[in-house]
Design a protein around this ligand. Structure first.
Ligand code: CTP
Ligand code: MG
Length: 237
């Protein structure tokens, strides 16, 4: 069974508050000498079920980032495609390049380098059985619904999960979800929301990990350095 991984990596990193060009952007920031994107690619190269990786990049990054990827001597095909103005558009561009022999598509934020390969295998296996599965964790904080700064409701934690990635779907299902979103002018912040609104199939949740952070704000880099040094120590122990 062919499993393609899509890594959207065409963002501007606005919340990181750095310069929005070249290596300054968060997906290319260095951790232990390698860009975050490369750390993420390495995790998926280690997953036995993954057959290929497709990275969506901004046009101006394609040439030099392709060089970075080649330098890794990847053990399976890693392709690059041009991303779009939204994360959804970047994923859609990558999706359009997948061939029909692909059974499952796993979409994973390029800026979540601490995903572990076992968890990837687990969510792929779940989607293999059910058609759609994502990684999520139960929130530790109490989540309120608000209007401006006034609370409208307190949501029961037992019915909440914070969606992470990977999010894995049958290829044809995900294609239908993107086509419907395009037709309806719907933009979501993850793939699951596009699949949910099709109301064809239930999306299953696999227990995620606190370490699978999405590097978003400057303080996340401190955590990222800590997590990576722990990973490196674990490998050599
Ligand atoms: N992404 C993308 N194409 C876009 C926007 C985002 O491929 N047009 C990617 C990012 O590069 C990142 C992932 O989607 O790997 C998750 O997005 P996010 O964390 O929001 O990153 P940015 O959009 O870069 O950051 P910000 O929202 O702070 O600008
Ligand atoms: Mg963004």
């Amino acid at each position: 069974m062919n499993v393609s991984v899509i890594l959207p990596a065409a963002g501007l990193g606005t919340r990181m508050g750095r310069e929005k060009s070249g290596t300054s952007r968060k997906q290319f920031m260095l951790l232990e000498g390698a860009p975050i994107l490369i750390h993420t690619i390495r995790k998926f190269l280690r997953c036995p079920s993954v057959t290929e990786i497709v990275v969506a990049l901004r046009a101006e990054d394609i040439d030099w980032a392709r060089g970075l990827i080649h330098h890794e001597h990847p053990s399976k095909p890693v392709r690059v495609v041009e991303g779009g103005d939204t994360r959804q558009q970047s994923v859609e561009n990558a999706l359009a390049t997948l061939t029909s022999d692909v059974a499952l598509v796993a979409v994973h934020d390029a800026v979540r380098p601490f995903i572990d390969s076992e968890l990837v295998e687990k969510v792929i296996a779940e989607a293999g059985k059910t058609g759609a599965a994502i990684v999520g964790i139960v929130p530790v904080d109490t989540i309120k619904q608000v209007h401006k700064n006034k609370i409208r409701a307190t949501l029961s934690r037992e019915h909440l999960v914070m969606a992470q990635t990977p999010q894995v779907f049958q290829l044809e299902l995900l294609k239908r979800a993107f086509a419907a979103a395009r037709k309806d002018g719907f933009t979501g912040t993850d793939e699951s929301s596009l699949v949910e609104r099709l109301e064809e199939i239930e999306v299953h949740v696999v227990q995620g990990s606190d370490r699978n952070i999405k590097i978003t704000k400057p303080t996340d880099m401190e955590l990222a350095r800590l997590f990576l040094s722990e990973e490196v120590a674990g490998q050599t122990a």
